[in-house]
Ligand binder design. Structure first.
Ligand SMILES: [Zn+2]
Ligand SMILES: [Zn+2]
Length: 350
């Protein structure tokens, strides 16, 4: 029996989704109870079992766990500037009605990091808890290339990841997302080896952050534009329990996965190759280019080739709806992100 489960850590709004091939109602109920017990709120739970056909040939049962009196909601936010510190980011997110967000761990062009302000961190962690944030998704700088050819670039990647992960220990239970990088002519196989090697060097026992590999558009010599490549990297990492995947909708579309007309098939493929239980977050972006273009040019939600309907099907999909969705859409003004958040929330069915 294959089973995936995910529960948010939220206090204000908890929803769970779990799916299984188990055929009998009794077995499914038992499974639901076992999982809900882990939430320690067992007595407050009512079980709703919904059945749905998801994969072509297999029947998958969705078990939706509803907690009485707690509100379900879409976990969504945008990428926020970290220039003014951690607490400022949290307040900024709240202003936009976000309950998760993305941010660069350091200047996107790389460079050194500021010393941590522990008071700021404390206030930030408190703010996240108080407001029931879903996991937040830190982003490594774009300049970080863990499969570079040059030794200097490689050692920066390792150093930056090591340092970022150490800092994120103060904000436990969140995600650290990075681009697998570009192999710059060394070939995908070498690229994959190098990425896995760095991960094997920087991951450490007991760490409180999950490291996410991002699916890429396949621009230039980018590694990670196919689910198989992501799988190959994961296969070579020894501390697999600290690894996960972040799916970028613009990137997979640009890489040639038809999430507009064949979302169920793409997700089945993801499940077959990587496993949906490894999917931890979504970068929700529209694309300026047609499917398979390998361009990686994000468009505002509904203003690109993917379109609002397809993106809203993604936020509503039973296998994805519980994940944190991060908008990396090209906007200038806060109101524009706030509007995207509001519109997607309105299109989310409880
Ligand atoms: Zn992304
Ligand atoms: Zn991108």
């Amino acid at each position: 029996m294959k089973r995936h489960s995910f529960f948010t850590r939220r206090q204000r709004a908890v929803c769970g989704c779990l799916y299984t091939h188990t055929a009998t109602v009794r077995e499914r109920e038992k499974l639901a109870k076992r999982v809900s017990h882990r939430l320690l709120i067992f007595q407050r739970i009512t079980n709703h079992i919904t059945e749905r056909r998801f994969l072509r040939n297999k029947k998958i049962y969705y078990l939706k766990i509803t907690v009485k009196g707690w509100k379900h909601m879409l976990h969504i936010g945008n990428h926020i500037s970290s220039a003014k510190g951690f607490e400022a980011m949290g307040k900024h997110a709240l202003k936009l009605k976000a309950d998760t967000f993305g941010f660069f761990t350091r200047n996107p062009r790389g460079s050194r990091v500021k010393a941590l302000d522990m008071e700021d961190i404390e206030k930030f962690v408190h703010l996240l808890q108080e407001n029931g944030f879903a996991p937040i998704v830190a982003h490594a700088p774009y300049t970080l290339n863990p499969c570079a050819k040059e030794e200097r670039v490689l050692s920066f990647a390792k150093l930056a990841m090591e340092e970022d992960l150490k800092r994120l220990e103060y904000i436990p239970g969140n995600y650290y997302n990075f681009h697998p990088g570009s192999h710059v002519g060394q070939g995908k196989e070498v690229g994959i080896q190098k990425i896995a090697q760095i991960l094997n060097e920087v991951l450490f026992e007991g760490q409180k952050t999950k490291v996410l590999l991002e699916t890429m558009a396949g621009k230039g010599s980018e590694v990670g534009s196919s689910f198989e490549e992501i799988r190959e990297i994961l296969d070579r990492v020894s501390r697999k329990q600290y690894m996960g995947v972040c799916l970028d909708t613009c990137h997979v579309w640009d890489a040639g996965y038809d999430i507009v007309a064949h979302l169920d098939e793409v997700l089945s493929e993801f499940d077959r190759v990587i496993g949906l239980s490894n999917l931890c977050a979504i970068h929700l972006n529209d694309s300026q280019n047609p499917m398979g273009s390998h361009k990686d040019r994000h468009a505002p939600i509904g203003k690109g080739y993917i379109g609002f309907e397809a993106l809203s099907r993604i936020t509503n999909h039973p296998a994805l709806r519980h994940l944190p969705f991060i908008l990396e859409t090209p906007h200038e003004k806060d109101e524009e992100w706030a509007l995207e958040i509001q519109t997607l929330r309105e299109a989310w069915k409880e």
